[in-house]
Each structure stands twice: as C-alpha cells, then as structure tokens.
Design a protein around this ligand. Structure first.
Ligand code: AMP
Ligand code: ZN
Length: 141
C-alpha cells in the first residue's frame, strides 16, 4: 500500500514516536493527541478494517493493547483510558489502515465516555433487541 502513512511508519520510511514493537504489531504516539500519551496500536500489515485482519493479527493487536494500557497510564499518570477503533469512514476513520486508539483519561478532564461517539439513539423495545440479536447470530453462522 504505497501511499499509506501507517504502512510507511511500519516500514520505517516515515518517523514516529514508537513505543512498542512486536512481530505483527507496532504502536506509536498519535501526532495530534487527544491527551498526553494518546497512542495508536497498528498491525504492520495493511488492512482497512478490523474484520479484514487475520485472526493471529487480531490476537496480537489485543495483546499489545493489553500490555500497553498499564504502561501508558503509568507514564502519564492517567486515571483511566478509553480504547477504541474508528472502524470504517462512517465511524470517523480517516486513515484506512486499521488501528486502535488508546486515549488516557484524567479525573475532571471534561471528556466523555465512549457512549458519546454515536449519533441519534434508536428507541428499541425487547422484541427489536431480540430480532437484532437473532440477525447477528445468523450472520455468525
Ligand atoms: P482515525 O480517524 O481513527 O483514522 O485516526 C487517525 C489518527 O492518526 C488521528 O488521531 C491522527 O492524529 C493520527 N495520525 C495521522 N498521521 C499520523 C502520523 N504521521 N503519526 C502519528 N499519528 C498520526
Ligand atoms: Zn497501510
């Protein structure tokens, strides 16, 4: 993926403040951080969405996140973290190389929980939830 900046960072063709390296995954500081210590965890291979990553990469990605979170919290003295993926352009993804955001949070920082990312909320009753759950289940088969 010639023009992808995260591929270029992974190949050391562009600079980054790298904080983690493993066989399939790297992590570096977000250049335009939402908070001190805002870190991006990135598969070395180019995949646009999480569901396109091979299972071994998805496992390595989550393993890296789990290892990085306490290190980041300690480094910037954070009280908590939000962890999330903008998975597709409708969800706000700007760089089409899948990545996980780790955003440190601090008591009284004025930020919001992850529930704040969605748009208009649907009004669903129990039957609606049942039908949606069933549809998801069908697609897993
Ligand atoms: P997303 O909307 O999830 O695709 O977010 C992309 C993130 O990448 C943004 O938070 C940017 O600040 C960050 N970003 C863009 N270019 C770079 C770069 N060269 N190094 C580090 N982070 C970057
Ligand atoms: Zn890429």
């Amino acid at each position: 993926m010639g023009e992808c900046i995260f591929c270029q960072i992974a190949a050391d063709e562009l600079p980054s403040h790298r904080v983690y390296e493993a066989e399939d995954v790297i992590a570096f500081l977000d250049v335009n951080p939402l908070a001190n210590g805002h870190t991006l965890v990135v598969p070395r291979e180019h995949h646009e969405r999480l569901q396109e990553c091979p299972e071994s990469t998805a496992i390595a990605l989550w393993s890296a996140v789990t290892e990085l979170v306490p290190a980041i919290e300690a480094a910037v003295d954070a009280d908590a973290t939000n962890i999330g993926i903008n998975n597709g352009s409708a969800a706000g993804q700007e760089i089409s190389h899948s990545h996980v955001h780790i955003v440190p949070r601090f008591e009284g920082d004025g930020g919001r929980p992850i529930h704040a990312v969605a748009g208009r909320r649907p009004d669903l009753d129990d039957d609606d939830l049942e039908a949606i759950g069933e549809a998801i289940n069908q697609h897993l088969k």
